[in-house]
Design a protein around this ligand. Sequence first.
Ligand SMILES: NC(=O)c1ccc[n+]([C@@H]2O[C@H](COP(=O)([O-])OP(=O)(O)OC[C@H]3O[C@@H](n4cnc5c(N)ncnc54)[C@H](OP(=O)(O)O)[C@@H]3O)[C@@H](O)[C@H]2O)c1
Length: 319
Amino acid sequence: MAPFRWGIIGPGRIARKFASSLPFSRNGKLVAVASTDANRAMAFAAEFRAEHAFSSYSEMLEKALPDAVYIATPHPFHYQPALLALEAGIPVLCEKPMTDSRRQTFALAEAARQKKVFLMEGMWSWFLPHMQQARRWIEEGEIGKLVHIQADFGYRALRDPAGRLFNPALGGGVALDLAIYPMGLFYKLLGPDLEFQAMGSRAPETGVDEHLVIQGRSAGGATFQSVLSFLAHTETRALVYGSEGRIEFSKQWFRAVSATLVRGEETRTITCPADGFGFQFEADEVENCVRSGLTSSPDWTPEDSIRIAGWIEKLESLV
Ligand SMILES: NC(=O)c1ccc[n+]([C@@H]2O[C@H](COP(=O)([O-])OP(=O)(O)OC[C@H]3O[C@@H](n4cnc5c(N)ncnc54)[C@H](OP(=O)(O)O)[C@@H]3O)[C@@H](O)[C@H]2O)c1
Protein backbone atom coordinates (compact mmCIF):
# COMPACT_ATOMS: atom_id res chain seq x y z
CA MET A 1 0.00 0.00 0.00
CA ALA A 2 1.15 3.56 -0.66
CA PRO A 3 2.72 5.35 2.32
CA PHE A 4 0.41 7.48 4.43
CA ARG A 5 2.16 10.86 4.44
CA TRP A 6 2.27 12.74 7.76
CA GLY A 7 3.14 16.34 8.54
CA ILE A 8 4.02 17.52 12.06
CA ILE A 9 3.29 20.97 13.47
CA GLY A 10 5.23 21.90 16.62
CA PRO A 11 8.29 19.61 16.69
CA GLY A 12 8.87 19.43 20.44
CA ARG A 13 8.94 16.74 23.12
CA ILE A 14 5.81 14.77 22.25
CA ALA A 15 6.36 15.15 18.52
CA ARG A 16 9.62 13.21 18.96
CA LYS A 17 7.69 10.28 20.43
CA PHE A 18 5.16 10.39 17.62
CA ALA A 19 7.87 10.56 14.95
CA SER A 20 9.79 7.71 16.65
CA SER A 21 6.61 5.59 16.63
CA LEU A 22 5.65 6.22 12.99
CA PRO A 23 8.08 3.65 11.53
CA PHE A 24 6.13 1.01 13.50
CA SER A 25 2.77 2.09 12.04
CA ARG A 26 1.38 0.21 9.05
CA ASN A 27 2.15 2.72 6.30
CA GLY A 28 2.88 6.00 8.11
CA LYS A 29 5.78 8.10 6.85
CA LEU A 30 6.86 11.51 8.09
CA VAL A 31 7.23 13.78 5.06
CA ALA A 32 7.09 17.33 6.43
CA VAL A 33 7.77 19.28 9.61
CA ALA A 34 6.74 22.85 10.41
CA SER A 35 8.05 24.98 13.24
CA THR A 36 8.03 28.71 13.92
CA ASP A 37 11.80 28.24 14.15
CA ALA A 38 13.36 27.22 10.81
CA ASN A 39 16.38 25.60 12.48
CA ARG A 40 14.16 23.51 14.74
CA ALA A 41 12.13 22.34 11.74
CA MET A 42 15.27 21.46 9.77
CA ALA A 43 16.94 19.62 12.65
CA PHE A 44 13.80 17.58 13.36
CA ALA A 45 13.28 16.80 9.67
CA ALA A 46 16.90 15.67 9.34
CA GLU A 47 16.71 13.49 12.46
CA PHE A 48 13.51 11.74 11.36
CA ARG A 49 14.29 11.77 7.63
CA ALA A 50 11.38 13.93 6.57
CA GLU A 51 11.79 15.39 3.08
CA HIS A 52 10.53 18.90 3.86
CA ALA A 53 11.02 21.46 6.63
CA PHE A 54 9.03 24.68 6.86
CA SER A 55 9.16 27.76 9.08
CA SER A 56 5.45 28.42 8.50
CA TYR A 57 2.58 26.10 9.44
CA SER A 58 0.37 27.28 6.57
CA GLU A 59 3.15 26.92 4.02
CA MET A 60 3.65 23.31 5.02
CA LEU A 61 -0.06 22.58 4.66
CA GLU A 62 -0.19 24.23 1.23
CA LYS A 63 3.06 22.90 -0.22
CA ALA A 64 3.57 19.46 1.32
CA LEU A 65 -0.14 18.50 1.22
CA PRO A 66 0.25 15.71 3.80
CA ASP A 67 -2.42 12.98 4.09
CA ALA A 68 -2.78 14.05 7.75
CA VAL A 69 -1.18 16.50 10.12
CA TYR A 70 -0.26 15.89 13.76
CA ILE A 71 -0.57 19.00 15.95
CA ALA A 72 1.92 18.84 18.82
CA THR A 73 2.03 22.36 20.26
CA PRO A 74 0.93 23.02 23.90
CA HIS A 75 -2.87 22.89 24.20
CA PRO A 76 -3.65 26.66 24.12
CA PHE A 77 -1.94 26.61 20.71
CA HIS A 78 -3.82 23.67 19.16
CA TYR A 79 -6.85 25.59 17.98
CA GLN A 80 -5.28 27.90 15.36
CA PRO A 81 -3.12 25.36 13.50
CA ALA A 82 -5.86 22.71 13.69
CA LEU A 83 -8.34 25.16 12.19
CA LEU A 84 -5.82 26.11 9.52
CA ALA A 85 -5.43 22.46 8.54
CA LEU A 86 -9.18 21.75 8.55
CA GLU A 87 -9.79 24.80 6.37
CA ALA A 88 -7.09 23.52 3.98
CA GLY A 89 -8.94 20.18 3.86
CA ILE A 90 -6.15 18.28 5.63
CA PRO A 91 -7.11 15.59 8.19
CA VAL A 92 -6.04 16.44 11.74
CA LEU A 93 -4.75 14.38 14.64
CA CYS A 94 -4.55 16.88 17.51
CA GLU A 95 -2.61 16.16 20.70
CA LYS A 96 -4.63 15.78 23.88
CA PRO A 97 -6.49 17.69 25.19
CA MET A 98 -7.86 18.85 21.84
CA THR A 99 -7.89 22.46 23.10
CA ASP A 100 -7.82 24.11 26.53
CA SER A 101 -11.59 24.73 26.63
CA ARG A 102 -14.85 23.01 25.78
CA ARG A 103 -15.81 26.04 23.67
CA GLN A 104 -12.79 25.75 21.37
CA THR A 105 -13.03 21.97 21.15
CA PHE A 106 -16.65 22.40 20.10
CA ALA A 107 -15.62 25.00 17.50
CA LEU A 108 -12.99 22.67 15.99
CA ALA A 109 -15.48 19.80 15.85
CA GLU A 110 -17.94 22.11 14.12
CA ALA A 111 -15.32 23.26 11.60
CA ALA A 112 -14.44 19.62 10.82
CA ARG A 113 -18.11 18.78 10.38
CA GLN A 114 -18.74 21.71 8.05
CA LYS A 115 -15.62 21.09 5.98
CA LYS A 116 -16.16 17.30 6.06
CA VAL A 117 -12.54 16.81 7.11
CA PHE A 118 -11.25 14.19 9.53
CA LEU A 119 -10.54 15.31 13.12
CA MET A 120 -9.41 13.22 16.10
CA GLU A 121 -7.93 14.01 19.50
CA GLY A 122 -4.65 12.17 20.03
CA MET A 123 -5.91 9.88 22.79
CA TRP A 124 -3.25 7.34 21.90
CA SER A 125 -3.72 5.20 25.04
CA TRP A 126 -7.18 4.08 23.99
CA PHE A 127 -5.81 2.57 20.77
CA LEU A 128 -3.11 0.48 22.47
CA PRO A 129 -3.72 -3.26 21.95
CA HIS A 130 -3.99 -4.04 25.67
CA MET A 131 -6.69 -1.36 26.07
CA GLN A 132 -8.67 -2.72 23.14
CA GLN A 133 -8.36 -6.26 24.53
CA ALA A 134 -9.60 -5.08 27.92
CA ARG A 135 -12.58 -3.50 26.21
CA ARG A 136 -13.32 -6.77 24.38
CA TRP A 137 -13.05 -8.78 27.61
CA ILE A 138 -15.61 -6.46 29.20
CA GLU A 139 -17.95 -6.49 26.20
CA GLU A 140 -17.78 -10.30 26.11
CA GLY A 141 -18.80 -10.40 29.78
CA GLU A 142 -15.55 -11.97 31.00
CA ILE A 143 -15.63 -10.05 34.29
CA GLY A 144 -19.44 -9.85 34.61
CA LYS A 145 -21.19 -6.64 35.57
CA LEU A 146 -18.83 -3.72 36.14
CA VAL A 147 -18.63 -2.69 39.78
CA HIS A 148 -15.72 -0.26 40.17
CA ILE A 149 -12.78 1.23 38.24
CA GLN A 150 -9.77 2.94 39.71
CA ALA A 151 -7.01 4.61 37.78
CA ASP A 152 -4.28 6.90 39.09
CA PHE A 153 -1.73 9.05 37.28
CA GLY A 154 0.64 11.11 39.37
CA TYR A 155 4.21 12.26 39.04
CA ARG A 156 6.38 14.77 40.87
CA ALA A 157 6.54 17.51 38.26
CA LEU A 158 9.41 19.95 37.92
CA ARG A 159 8.15 23.11 39.64
CA ASP A 160 8.81 25.62 36.89
CA PRO A 161 6.23 28.45 37.08
CA ALA A 162 7.06 29.38 33.46
CA GLY A 163 6.81 25.81 32.14
CA ARG A 164 3.85 24.15 30.42
CA LEU A 165 2.60 22.28 33.52
CA PHE A 166 2.38 25.20 35.95
CA ASN A 167 1.97 28.21 33.67
CA PRO A 168 -1.72 29.15 33.13
CA ALA A 169 -0.83 30.84 29.82
CA LEU A 170 0.50 27.51 28.51
CA GLY A 171 -2.55 25.51 29.63
CA GLY A 172 -1.09 24.49 33.00
CA GLY A 173 -2.86 22.34 35.56
CA VAL A 174 -3.25 18.68 36.31
CA ALA A 175 -6.84 18.50 35.00
CA LEU A 176 -5.85 19.73 31.53
CA ASP A 177 -2.69 17.64 31.46
CA LEU A 178 -3.91 14.32 32.87
CA ALA A 179 -7.67 14.08 33.51
CA ILE A 180 -8.40 12.84 30.00
CA TYR A 181 -6.64 9.55 30.82
CA PRO A 182 -8.86 8.30 33.65
CA MET A 183 -11.99 10.19 32.57
CA GLY A 184 -11.57 8.77 29.06
CA LEU A 185 -11.22 5.26 30.52
CA PHE A 186 -14.31 5.67 32.72
CA TYR A 187 -16.25 7.09 29.79
CA LYS A 188 -15.26 4.32 27.37
CA LEU A 189 -15.95 1.52 29.85
CA LEU A 190 -18.93 2.92 31.77
CA GLY A 191 -20.68 5.14 29.22
CA PRO A 192 -21.33 8.86 28.96
CA ASP A 193 -23.62 9.35 31.96
CA LEU A 194 -21.14 9.93 34.76
CA GLU A 195 -21.60 12.01 37.87
CA PHE A 196 -18.58 12.86 39.98
CA GLN A 197 -17.10 15.00 42.73
CA ALA A 198 -13.53 16.15 43.19
CA MET A 199 -11.23 17.75 45.74
CA GLY A 200 -7.70 18.91 45.36
CA SER A 201 -5.20 21.71 45.70
CA ARG A 202 -3.70 24.54 43.67
CA ALA A 203 -0.05 25.45 43.11
CA PRO A 204 0.80 28.41 45.37
CA GLU A 205 3.14 29.86 42.72
CA THR A 206 0.68 30.16 39.83
CA GLY A 207 -2.75 29.03 41.05
CA VAL A 208 -3.19 26.12 38.62
CA ASP A 209 -4.70 22.88 39.94
CA GLU A 210 -1.87 20.51 40.88
CA HIS A 211 -3.56 17.65 42.73
CA LEU A 212 -7.00 16.08 42.27
CA VAL A 213 -8.98 13.24 43.79
CA ILE A 214 -12.04 12.26 41.76
CA GLN A 215 -14.82 9.88 42.69
CA GLY A 216 -18.05 9.20 40.95
CA ARG A 217 -20.74 6.87 39.73
CA SER A 218 -22.12 5.86 36.34
CA ALA A 219 -25.78 5.69 35.40
CA GLY A 220 -25.44 1.89 35.58
CA GLY A 221 -24.36 2.12 39.24
CA ALA A 222 -20.65 1.32 38.88
CA THR A 223 -18.31 3.61 40.82
CA PHE A 224 -14.91 5.06 39.88
CA GLN A 225 -12.00 6.78 41.54
CA SER A 226 -8.86 8.55 40.41
CA VAL A 227 -5.91 10.43 41.84
CA LEU A 228 -4.10 12.87 39.54
CA SER A 229 -1.06 14.68 40.79
CA PHE A 230 1.94 16.85 40.04
CA LEU A 231 3.03 16.37 43.69
CA ALA A 232 3.92 12.68 43.97
CA HIS A 233 4.83 9.68 41.88
CA THR A 234 1.77 7.48 42.31
CA GLU A 235 1.68 3.80 41.44
CA THR A 236 -0.02 4.53 38.07
CA ARG A 237 -2.19 1.43 38.18
CA ALA A 238 -5.65 0.88 36.76
CA LEU A 239 -8.02 -1.85 37.94
CA VAL A 240 -11.44 -2.73 36.61
CA TYR A 241 -13.53 -4.79 39.02
CA GLY A 242 -16.52 -6.81 37.88
CA SER A 243 -18.91 -9.24 39.54
CA GLU A 244 -17.07 -12.24 37.99
CA GLY A 245 -13.45 -11.07 37.92
CA ARG A 246 -11.15 -8.13 37.34
CA ILE A 247 -8.76 -6.62 34.83
CA GLU A 248 -5.41 -5.42 36.14
CA PHE A 249 -3.40 -3.05 33.99
CA SER A 250 0.32 -3.09 34.64
CA LYS A 251 2.05 0.01 36.05
CA GLN A 252 1.86 3.02 33.73
CA TRP A 253 -1.42 1.62 32.46
CA PHE A 254 -1.79 4.44 29.89
CA ARG A 255 1.42 3.46 28.07
CA ALA A 256 2.31 0.49 25.87
CA VAL A 257 2.27 -2.18 28.57
CA SER A 258 0.00 -5.09 29.48
CA ALA A 259 -3.34 -6.09 30.96
CA THR A 260 -4.30 -9.24 32.87
CA LEU A 261 -7.74 -10.77 33.14
CA VAL A 262 -8.27 -12.49 36.51
CA ARG A 263 -11.22 -14.86 36.97
CA GLY A 264 -10.88 -16.96 40.11
CA GLU A 265 -7.73 -19.07 39.59
CA GLU A 266 -7.56 -18.31 35.87
CA THR A 267 -5.38 -15.46 34.54
CA ARG A 268 -4.78 -14.29 30.96
CA THR A 269 -2.32 -11.55 30.03
CA ILE A 270 -1.99 -9.51 26.87
CA THR A 271 1.23 -7.55 26.35
CA CYS A 272 1.64 -4.69 23.93
CA PRO A 273 4.42 -4.80 21.35
CA ALA A 274 7.35 -2.83 22.78
CA ASP A 275 8.22 -1.10 19.47
CA GLY A 276 8.13 2.70 19.43
CA PHE A 277 6.28 4.70 22.07
CA GLY A 278 2.83 3.34 21.24
CA PHE A 279 1.70 6.26 19.07
CA GLN A 280 1.69 4.01 15.99
CA PHE A 281 -1.73 2.63 16.92
CA GLU A 282 -3.48 6.02 16.87
CA ALA A 283 -1.63 6.78 13.61
CA ASP A 284 -3.01 3.53 12.15
CA GLU A 285 -6.50 4.51 13.30
CA VAL A 286 -6.24 7.87 11.52
CA GLU A 287 -4.96 6.21 8.36
CA ASN A 288 -7.74 3.57 8.37
CA CYS A 289 -10.43 6.20 8.87
CA VAL A 290 -9.07 8.64 6.29
CA ARG A 291 -8.57 5.92 3.68
CA SER A 292 -12.16 4.77 4.36
CA GLY A 293 -13.45 8.29 3.80
CA LEU A 294 -14.53 8.83 7.44
CA THR A 295 -14.46 12.29 8.99
CA SER A 296 -14.07 10.94 12.52
CA SER A 297 -12.99 7.76 14.28
CA PRO A 298 -15.93 5.75 15.65
CA ASP A 299 -13.65 4.92 18.59
CA TRP A 300 -12.79 8.48 19.69
CA THR A 301 -15.17 10.98 18.15
CA PRO A 302 -15.08 14.79 18.36
CA GLU A 303 -18.24 14.44 20.49
CA ASP A 304 -16.23 12.30 22.95
CA SER A 305 -13.63 15.07 23.07
CA ILE A 306 -16.28 17.75 23.69
CA ARG A 307 -17.83 15.76 26.53
CA ILE A 308 -14.49 15.17 28.22
CA ALA A 309 -13.51 18.83 27.73
CA GLY A 310 -16.64 19.74 29.70
CA TRP A 311 -15.64 17.35 32.50
CA ILE A 312 -12.12 18.83 32.57
CA GLU A 313 -13.60 22.31 33.03
CA LYS A 314 -15.80 21.01 35.83
CA LEU A 315 -12.79 19.42 37.55
CA GLU A 316 -10.83 22.67 37.31
CA SER A 317 -13.72 24.52 38.95
CA LEU A 318 -14.03 21.99 41.80
CA VAL A 319 -10.45 22.39 43.10
N1 LIG B 1 0.16 11.99 24.42
C1 LIG B 1 1.01 12.11 25.43
O1 LIG B 1 1.40 11.18 26.08
C2 LIG B 1 1.49 13.48 25.76
C3 LIG B 1 2.59 13.64 26.62
C4 LIG B 1 3.08 14.92 26.84
C5 LIG B 1 2.46 16.00 26.25
N2 LIG B 1 1.36 15.82 25.45
C6 LIG B 1 0.69 16.95 24.81
O2 LIG B 1 1.50 17.42 23.76
C7 LIG B 1 1.37 18.84 23.64
C8 LIG B 1 2.75 19.44 23.52
O3 LIG B 1 3.51 19.20 24.68
P1 LIG B 1 5.12 19.19 24.61
O4 LIG B 1 5.57 19.02 26.01
O5 LIG B 1 5.59 18.28 23.57
O6 LIG B 1 5.39 20.70 24.15
P2 LIG B 1 6.76 21.45 23.89
O7 LIG B 1 7.85 20.47 23.61
O8 LIG B 1 6.98 22.42 25.00
O9 LIG B 1 6.43 22.31 22.60
C9 LIG B 1 6.14 21.71 21.35
C10 LIG B 1 6.04 22.78 20.30
O10 LIG B 1 4.99 23.67 20.61
C11 LIG B 1 5.32 25.00 20.25
N3 LIG B 1 5.35 25.86 21.45
C12 LIG B 1 5.98 25.63 22.61
N4 LIG B 1 5.80 26.66 23.46
C13 LIG B 1 5.01 27.53 22.82
C14 LIG B 1 4.45 28.79 23.15
N5 LIG B 1 4.70 29.36 24.33
N6 LIG B 1 3.69 29.42 22.23
C15 LIG B 1 3.42 28.86 21.04
N7 LIG B 1 3.94 27.67 20.65
C16 LIG B 1 4.71 27.03 21.53
C17 LIG B 1 6.68 24.94 19.59
O11 LIG B 1 6.41 24.83 18.20
P3 LIG B 1 7.32 25.55 17.13
O12 LIG B 1 8.51 24.65 17.02
O13 LIG B 1 6.46 25.60 15.92
O14 LIG B 1 7.66 26.91 17.66
C18 LIG B 1 7.27 23.65 20.14
O15 LIG B 1 8.19 23.08 19.24
C19 LIG B 1 0.52 19.30 24.81
O16 LIG B 1 -0.79 19.58 24.39
C20 LIG B 1 0.51 18.10 25.75
O17 LIG B 1 -0.70 17.95 26.49
C21 LIG B 1 0.90 14.58 25.20
